[in-house]
Design a protein around this ligand. Structure first.
Ligand code: NIG
Ligand code: FE
Length: 413
């Protein structure tokens, strides 16, 4: 039965009649309504207001949820994941504990190539089943929209297999799913010395099928020393752009690789990671319309310095937060932890982190008219917390499950 009203809400979080992409100081403004009600209809937000006006709003037949002492938030918008993969990689995790670096593991054929070998052996059916199970777990953790990348195929067959799985997830999923083509994740062994050969394959063999079958919304490239150079990134992105795919690129993770400047030059929707930034990269991003998507759980898992969120926000950047869920560098898609880590390790204020993980995350998937805030007409994808003393308690009490209920299109999941 659909929920038609939530009443006695201690705090209704991120309430906006109007909205825009938040940058710089705007990120710290999180509009909330105390002692509020929320009325839902047909899976959408119909109205909201202070409790003493609830009687004037007549919810239809359905369940009424009393949220005394509880907060209601828009569900998390996770704009960067690699949710489809064939197998976990905890053996590499142990190797790293013993002292090997991410780059050393990659050089031994581990890392992305390890996932690519396993993906080549997996059936579309098995990939879909495992991805569905992960997606369901994330929905329970409050994720209400998600982006998913290919990039473990690294062959025409493998990339198309991954993208077809993502397309099926789009059809099955109760939450919106966006698909990104990341064929340029690394060079497969056969093309290690023949970069142009692989770029030709991406552009001439994979992209035409992807466009024809409408398998992707975005194009991504891992712009990094030892992976794809800024020039290669630009060539690949421009080929995708000619087919209507906007770039969302992996930039400045391990080195000052020029990915941010390349993304801005291309008008990318987002540049993601940003662990390694200098003044030029920060100022270039701040002066652009490109969103900087921070992935703190990848920095945490790889024991890297966290993204310089304070410098980015103080410079006026538009910041989103995402999980980077993948078997190599972030084997968790828990956005509650991402929000906590952002406050604890990157000194983001709770208000900034929640805005970055909801409204700005929605912008980073072009879903801002459907999700990311409590706005009349947006989807009723919502988190109802357990009773908590305050908003700041959410990132503060890291690791506790503070979610009481998750609603997707007005239904409790
Ligand atoms: O976003 N940086 C590149 N890609 C992934 C990691 C991929 C992997 O190790 O499987 C990331 O961190
Ligand atoms: Fe990633």
């Amino acid at each position: 039965m659909p929920v038609t009203a939530i009443t006695n809400i201690k705090q209704l979080v991120n309430v906006r009649d109007q909205y825009h992409l938040l940058r710089g100081r705007e990120l710290s403004v999180l509009p909330c309504l105390e002692n509020a009600f929320l009325v839902l209809e047909n899976g959408l937000i119909k109205s909201y207001g202070p409790m003493d006006e609830f009687e004037q709003h007549n919810p239809g037949d359905g369940e009424e949820v009393d949220a005394s002492g509880q907060l209601v938030l828009p569900a998390w918008c996770d704009s960067h994941t690699h949710l489809v993969f064939a197998a976990s990689r905890e053996e590499e995790f142990v190797d790293k504990i013993k002292g090997l670096s991410y780059a050393e593991i990659a050089a031994r054929g581990g890392g992305i190539l390890n996932s690519a070998r396993k993906l080549a052996e997996a059936s579309e059916h098995d990939l879909l089943q495992s991805a569905k199970a992960r997606l369901n777990e994330l929905i329970q953790l409050g994720t209400g929209a998600i982006e998913i990348k290919s990039g473990y195929g690294l062959s025409t067959e493998g990339e198309l297999k991954m993208l077809r799985v993502i397309k099926q997830l789009k059809q099955l999923s109760p939450i919106p799913v966006k698909a990104t083509f990341l064929g340029a994740h690394t060079y497969p062994p056969a093309f290690k010395e023949n970069h142009q050969g692989y770029i030709d394959l991406l552009i001439n063999e994979m992209l035409p099928v992807i466009a024809e079958e409408q398998l992707a919304d975005y194009i991504d490239v891992f712009c990094e020393n030892g992976f794809f150079s800024p020039e290669e990134t630009e060539t690949i992105c421009r080929a995708g752009m000619a087919l209507g795919l906007k770039p969302k690129i992996h930039a400045n993770q391990l080195n000052l690789s020029g990915g941010t400047q390349t993304g801005v030059k291309l008008g990318a929707l987002s540049v993601d990671h940003l662990e390694t930034m200098d003044e030029d990269a920060i100022q270039t991003l701040a002066a652009s319309g490109t969103i900087g998507t921070l992935l703190p759980s990848a920095a945490f898992f790889l024991r890297m310095p966290f993204q310089p969120a304070r410098q980015l926000i103080d410079a006026g950047c538009a910041i989103a937060l995402a999980s980077d869920f993948n078997p190599g560098s972030s084997p968790s898609g828990n956005m509650n932890l991402v929000v906590s880590m952002s406050c604890i390790q990157m000194k983001m204020l709770p208000e900034e982190a929640i805005n970055a993980a909801t409204l700005n995350g929605a912008y980073a998937m072009e879903l801002e008219d459907e999700l990311g805030s409590i706005t009349v007409g947006k989807k009723a994808n919502l988190i109802i917390t357990r009773p908590v003393p305050s908003l700041a308690y959410l990132p503060y009490a890291f690791g506790s499950n503070l979610i009481d209920k998750v609603l997707v299109q007005g239904e409790i999941v």
